[in-house]
Design a protein around this ligand. Structure first.
Ligand SMILES: Nc1ncnc2c1ncn2[C@@H]1O[C@H](COP(=O)(O)OP(=O)(O)OP(=O)(O)O)[C@@H](O)[C@H]1O
Ligand SMILES: [Mg+2]
Length: 511
């Protein structure tokens, strides 16, 4: 900052004499100073004390606002002692008198060194604060996890009792008894509660996992159709996957659950449409990054799920992994999706990182340690590979969205036409409106409203040749009409694998 070009020239010559090759810019207004500060990075600001439009104190203020560490040295012919002291108090590093310019070189050298120290210190302090924050956060999640795990354990025992007695009641009651319905409702509610406690168990990392060596590239590819269907028409889906396989030791069913939860969240964050990106790559985590993520450094497979949706504030971000934290309206979200993701990933020795800002979308990065082994069992069966008896029309009634989408995807890949519905009532309506005969009904046993068996009874008259498969969360057959509960081959017990499903479908259609 200097309104005399000659004086500016003298200062740069002096620095050159001291051994600096300098690149300099000369400004003399506040506006020009701001523009210069933002246009590139500088090592030091040299400022005259009183200029026509400006004083060194003004220049100092502008500089400090821009960068608290940038060295600021006053180079003046006239500055008095009082003014110099004021300037130093306000944060100037030094002052050099124009008739004693020889001091400039050493002053610049010293201040650049000190500034680097200050920056280093600031970075260290910031890193310390961040790691304190992470530690507190991890301790909190740990405590909540223990609490949730404890509650889930006790609740599971209670729920076993509740479901068991409801089942006993149902066995003793004739179907037309008024209390039969009431007992069924107990059963439905207890099943819901079981689903919730399962998620809590997952969060507390006490889930029984069945890890296998899985190629995540193939696993994601196998989910593509399901993902596309889940996100709807308004959202574009971009997969960026490498050609070669990437092996990781993980429970494949749980990996699928992780991706589904992230995808559903991404979809919910983009009600007006947008782009969903799912990517995978190998990533080396160095000590700093690994420590920040609380995993050992090394080679990882990174799976990235990114959306262009609403994004999150820092306050929201701080809480997303806590069980029951949701910003969705009552009835829409339970707040257990990301808790489950967190539990599964951590239990699989992985890490999660989230980058987000309000209005800027969100990116979830998940890291799993690279498996040294290749898949021992290379025929990781995907939906595509299962042989099909194509061409049947299948009516699907399943209230849980992810299960429904999974079923529809698998069945369509198998070459069948699928009418998917989310409740018993919807299924009956769809059957009445169907223009082709329905060959097979696949229905959840317990759904709110009409149950699977009730749907079957309702539409059996419309399609006398129709076969039925009931999906059941547990082995109770008691809620079924006599003639059906007598036929165990009509059952498929959840959870089931794709090949089991397709085999059952073939068997029922042929039978
Ligand atoms: N991709 C995202 N974009 C913006 N906000 C998100 C995203 N993913 C999660 N969130 C925020 O984190 C909260 C918690 O997510 P989480 O999946 O745990 O529960 P949920 O989606 O609200 O309910 P649930 O998954 O149990 O149906 C969400 O309510 C939302 O505020
Ligand atoms: Mg969710």
């Amino acid at each position: 900052m200097e309104d005399s070009p000659d004086d500016a020239e003298l200062a740069t010559l002096e620095l050159a004499r001291h051994g600096y090759r300098c690149e300099s810019g000369l400004v003399e207004t506040r506006h020009a100073l701001l523009a210069a500060l933002t246009s590139q990075s500088w090592d030091v600001v040299l400022s005259d004390h009183s200029m026509r439009q400006f004083t060194s104190l003004d220049a100092l203020r502008v500089t400090r606002q821009h960068d608290p560490d940038l060295p600021f040295i006053i180079v003046s012919g006239t500055i008095g002692e009082d003014a110099a002291v004021d300037a130093m108090r306000a944060g100037a590093q030094d002052y050099v008198l124009k008739h004693n310019l020889r001091r400039l070189g050493p002053a610049v050298e010293r201040e650049m060194r000190e500034a680097e120290n200050r920056r280093q210190q600031r970075r260290t302090q910031e890193a310390l604060l961040a790691s304190e924050h992470r530690l507190r956060h991890a301790q909190k999640i740990e405590a909540v996890g223990r609490l949730a795990g404890g509650i889930a354990h006790d609740f599971n025992n209670l729920l076993t009792v509740i479901m068991g007695f409801a089942e006993l009641l149902l066995e003793q009651l004739p179907r037309d008894h008024g209390a039969f319905r009431d007992a069924s409702e107990i059963q439905v509610a207890a099943q819901r509660a079981t689903r919730l406690t399962k998620q809590l168990v997952a969060f507390s990392r006490q889930q029984v996992l069945e890890p296998r060596v899985v190629d995540l590239v193939a696993a994601i590819l196998a989910m593509e159709a399901m993902v596309t269907r889940l996100i709807g028409e308004e959202v574009r889906c971009q997969l960026s996957l490498p050609d070669e396989p990437h092996f990781v030791l993980i429970d494949p069913g749980q990996f699928e659950q992780v991706i589904l939860n992230l995808v559903i969240n991404a979809r919910d964050a983009m009600p007006m449409g947008g782009t969903l990106q799912v990517g995978l790559q190998r990533a080396g985590l160095d000590l700093t990054r690994a420590t920040a993520l609380d995993v050992p450094p090394g080679e990882y497979v990174e799976v990235r799920v990114a959306d262009t949706g609403t994004g999150m504030t820092t306050e929201t971000l701080d809480q997303i992994f806590e069980p029951f934290f949701t910003t969705k309206p009552t009835g829409r979200g339970t707040g257990l999706g990301l808790s489950t993701v967190f539990g599964v990933v951590r239990q699989s020795r992985g890490a999660i990182d989230v980058t987000t800002a309000p209005g800027a979308g969100s990116t979830f990065q998940i890291y799993f340690p690279v498996s040294r082994e290749q898949a021992a069992d290379p025929e990781v069966r995907t939906v595509t590979e299962v042989a099909a008896v194509p061409g049947s029309t299948i009516l699907l009634a399943e209230d849980e969205e992810s299960v429904r989408v999974f079923l529809q995807t698998a069945l369509e890949r198998g070459g069948h036409r699928v009418i998917a519905t989310g409740s018993g009532t919807e299924a009956v309506d769809a059957a009445r409106a169907a223009r082709v005969p329905i060959d097979l009904l696949i229905a959840d046993v317990v759904m709110p409203g009409l149950s699977g068996p009730e749907v079957a009874a309702e539409i059996a008259t419309l399609f006398p040749a129709m076969r039925v498969i009931f999906l059941s969360g547990y082995s109770a057959h008691s809620a079924l009409p006599e003639h059906l509960s007598a036929d165990p081959s009509a059952f498929l017990q959840k959870p089931f694998a794709v090949d089991t499903l397709m085999a059952k479908v073939r068997e029922r259609l042929a039978g």
